[in-house]
Design a protein. Structure first.
Length: 74
């Protein structure tokens, strides 16, 4: 396990919970903000997986999932 995986995982677990409040409060983000963010995060998850950064991929995947939920709640 490399230290970068832990750092990226911690950052991902900071971002995801901050979006949960927006999901619960039914905040509406513009589709031109939320969808590209979700898609970009999905691409980053794929990159992390190919680099073997599985913890970072998991936390970033959760953040992407939150953005997809915000797209759906729109």
């Amino acid at each position: 396990m490399i230290w970068q995986d832990f750092v990226l995982m911690i950052a991902g677990f900071v971002f995801a919970p901050s979006l949960v409040f927006s999901i619960v409060k039914k905040v509406h983000f513009p589709i031109l903000t939320s969808l590209p963010t979700a898609l970009a995060l999905t691409a980053i998850v794929v990159c992390y997986i190919t680099l073997g950064l599985y913890l970072a991929a998991t936390s970033t995947g959760l953040t992407a999932l939150c953005w997809y939920i915000l797209v759906k709640n729109r």
